[in-house]
Design a protein around this ligand. Structure first.
Ligand SMILES: [Zn+2]
Length: 145
């Protein structure tokens, strides 16, 4: 997958960071850029979670017809999975925001190299560089298969 921000379906909109020549990696401007992206993303996800909860509550009041129950239960479990996914993502976003505060953001947690602005824009919660991520995925596949 090319390192392009538009490939991230989760992030609806942001302006890519304008990297100047010789600019220091993860300077204040860059950190602020990612802080804003993460905060906006979190906001969108939290609104999404609210909508899911609301929808579940509305459905729960509507159990009159037993014939609809199976369909409703399917919808429920689908929505609960979505909500679980959103919660996990919000947790990752919080961790990334914490990393920004701690000054750890943007560096591979495995090998310590710079993850890179464009990769982070495509995946603001990334904690591994491309190489380490690829290795981790290969290992995961080997264990999984
Ligand atoms: Zn690495």
């Amino acid at each position: 997958m090319p390192e392009n921000a538009t490939n991230n379906p989760e992030l609806k909109s942001f302006v890519p960071y304008d990297i100047k020549d010789g600019e220091e990696y993860m300077n204040d401007g860059q950190l602020e850029h990612f802080r804003q992206i993460l905060l906006k993303w979190k906001q969108e996800l939290m609104e999404e979670v609210d909508r899911t909860v609301q929808h579940l509550q509305e459905d729960a009041n509507n159990f009159a017809d037993p014939a609809d129950r199976a369909t409703q239960e399917e919808e429920f479990s689908l929505e609960l999975r979505t909500r679980d996914r959103e919660r996990k993502l919000i947790k990752k976003i919080n961790e990334a925001l914490n990393d920004i505060d701690e000054g750890d953001y943007g560096y591979c947690e495995s090998c310590g190299i710079e993850i890179g602005i464009r990769r982070l824009e495509a995946r603001p919660t990334a904690t591994l560089c491309v190489d380490c991520k690829t290795l981790a995925e290969i290992k995961e596949r080997q264990i999984g298969g």
